[in-house]
Write a protein that binds this ligand. Structure first.
Ligand code: ATP
Length: 223
């Protein structure tokens, strides 16, 4: 299939484990932003977090299990590309590798608002914003002005339209803030529930089944 002109969302993370919030967020972004495809890109070793609980192979397998039942028409999939790149998994290296492989696509990085505020500490963050569009999804209550302020620290050419939640820099790259969805769930709260033997809400059933089979996250329930 030709990749010419396709817009591809890149949703990176630890996915330790993938939860329903990740899936709902991805489906929402796919529709709202008119993306052709969306790639979940798990990090073997995320630079800004501690060592993941589950192995990379388990996290990939849980993502693949979760995506089987997604109502996305096959437009979302998991990419293990970061396993082929040097550790730690810097997003700029992933984006550069994808551009080398498929230069005709336009790429948009999808992140939660908590990650946006970490972005100034990311490796080569300003260069990253010259290569990709950014789609930021609400997580907790934040003011759009805080997004504009964070972007300005990275690239003073960003011009904001805070009313429309959209900014553009001198390279023509855009940042879009979506605040019409809120997903109160995190992988850490899910890990806590599992370690206590509780079946968490907001965990896809295929992922829960996988966790039970492989006794991940301290799951010991013998029922
Ligand atoms: P943990 O609780 O272990 O920190 P997490 O739930 O934040 O994990 P990650 O895999 O680290 O999950 O997140 C990947 C990306 O998804 C990040 O950009 C994060 O901001 C975003 N994200 C995760 N959960 C949500 C959520 N509930 N709402 C909005 N964004 C989210």
């Amino acid at each position: 299939m030709s990749s010419v002109g396709r817009t591809v969302g890149l949703f990176g993370g630890t996915f330790d484990p993938v939860h329903q919030g990740h899936l709902d967020l991805a489906c929402h972004v796919l529709e709202r932003c008119g993306l052709d495809n969306l790639l979940f890109i798990p990090a073997p070793r995320p630079p800004h977090k501690g060592r993941p609980s589950a192995s990379f192979a388990h996290r990939v397998a849980m993502l693949e299990a979760a995506l089987v039942d997604c109502p996305d028409g096959g437009r979302m999939r998991c990419s293990a590309i970061e396993a082929e790149l040097p550790e730690p998994s810097y997003t700029i290296h992933t984006v550069e590798a994808l551009i080398r492989r498929q230069p005709d696509c336009r790429y948009a990085l999808v992140i939660g608002a908590d990650s946006l505020f970490d972005l100034p500490h990311w490796y080569r963050a300003a260069e990253l914003l010259a290569l990709i569009d950014l789609i930021v999804v609400r997580r907790d209550r934040i003011e759009p002005t805080a997004i504009g302020t964070t972007l300005a620290t990275l690239d003073s050419s960003f011009q904001g339209d805070e009313h429309h939640h959209r900014w553009r820099n001198s390279t023509g790259r855009t940042v879009t803030y979506l605040d019409d969805i809120e997903l109160p769930v995190s992988s850490s709260s899910i890990r806590e529930d599992l370690a206590l033997g509780r079946e968490p809400a907001m965990l896809p059933s295929a992922v829960l089944a996988y966790i039970k089979t492989h006794h991940l996250y301290g799951w010991r329930n013998s029922a």
